[in-house]
Design a protein around this ligand. Structure first.
Ligand code: PBG
Length: 341
């Protein structure tokens, strides 16, 4: 390293050693040369709505996030629209007594998710893209993402597909713009696309949870939706092994072949290599889900005063964009929208 004073010229023909200093000098210069831009347009807010509760319920492992009533959901969607957030992703919780082996409350056209879609639509018209999760784990009494096979331990992939189709149709009929199957059953995208088209919902889009890993980072989400997997089970039989990188692109390619309009990598921050791989491999819109555990870690540290939570959130979500995601589904959506405006 030379230590020549900043006024000395770069030697002729040498690498312009002080270029980086020059390009980092002022906030305006840094803005001008920034490679990655984060805008409110890139954010999607996940929202929880619970059937049969009288008031919103805080979720202790997700500070600032609640289980909404239908009324408070409408208010929150309206607030997000005012903040400029262009998308919401709805998750429904049935009344506890309505859970059963096939998750029937999740396929009911009058269930909590279709009613929540109608409320969101009422609150925001077409100013927000209403997305719905069409998985069944919130609705099954055993907590798995589909129906169980004869062993009672494994999910029956093919028997689950028609249930996802029924859920997607119910959501589409209520006015969802996008259905997002997160169950990781093989063939789910093809089944849902065909099922939507047959029922006259050709304009409902599919955001495939294409590369979804069996992650411990979903812990707070399971508190949020009151899901416990029976017998201490896990989802390793249908979600991806965190050790597998190449498989991410394989999963995405399969879902695109089946008719996905957009694809997702999940979780986001711990899987930036997968986000980058997928970005390089496909041209469709790419979402990354900054999941509950990724949010909770930042919140917990910020509560202790160990770091600046909003600054870290901004850095994390920017990093997810830098890796190649077009949109980020994040519990920080409202907080970041406020910061970005
Ligand atoms: C499945 C589903 C999960 C999440 C979204 N959809 C949990 C799981 O697969 O166990 C997790 C999202 C998060 O952690 O924020 N319905």
């Amino acid at each position: 390293m030379t230590t020549s004073p900043p006024t000395a010229p770069d030697p002729p023909g040498a690498f312009p050693a002080r270029r980086m200093r020059r390009l980092r000098r002022t906030p305006a210069m840094r803005r001008l040369v920034a490679e990655t831009r984060l805008s409110v347009d890139d954010l999607v807010a996940p929202l929880f709505v619970a059937d049969g509760i009288a008031a919103p319920r805080p979720i202790s492992s997700l500070p600032g996030v609640v289980q909404h009533t239908l009324d408070s959901l409408g208010d929150e969607v309206a607030r997000l629209v005012r903040l400029g957030v262009p998308g919401v992703l709805l998750f429904g919780l049935p009344r506890p007594g309505d859970k059963d082996a096939t998750g029937s409350a999740g396929t009911d056209p009058a269930g909590i998710v279709p009613r929540a879609v109608a409320v969101a639509r009422q609150a925001a018209g077409d100013h927000v893209v209403v997305m719905t999760d069409c998985c069944l784990d919130e609705f099954t009494d055993h907590g798995h993402c589909g129906v169980l096979d004869a062993t009672g331990r494994d999910v029956d992939n093919d028997a689950t597909l028609p249930l996802y189709v029924a859920a997607a149709r119910a959501h589409a009929a209520a006015g969802a713009d996008v259905v997002a199957p997160s169950g990781m059953m093989d063939g789910q995208v093809a089944a849902i696309r065909a099922g939507l088209d047959e029922a006259g919902f050709a304009s409902t889009a599919i955001l495939a949870y294409a590369a979804k890993y069996a992650s411990a980072l979903y812990g707070p989400f399971r508190d949020a939706v009151d899901v416990t997997i029976a017998g201490g089970g896990d989802r390793c039989g249908y979600q991806q092994d965190p050790r597998n990188r190449r498989e991410g692109v394989v999963e995405v390619t399969l879902d695109l072949t089946e008719g996905a309009d957009m694809v997702m990598v999940k979780p986001a921050l711990s899987y930036l290599d997968v986000v980058a791989d997928v970005r390089a491999a496909v041209d469709v819109p790419l979402a990354a889900y900054h999941v509950s555990g990724e949010y909770a870690m930042v919140k917990a540290a910020a509560e202790r005063g160990w770091l600046d939570g909003t600054a870290v959130a901004l850095e994390h979500v920017t990093a997810i964009r830098r890796a190649g995601a077009d949109m980020v589904i994040t519990y920080f959506a409202a907080e970041l929208a406020e910061r970005l405006s």
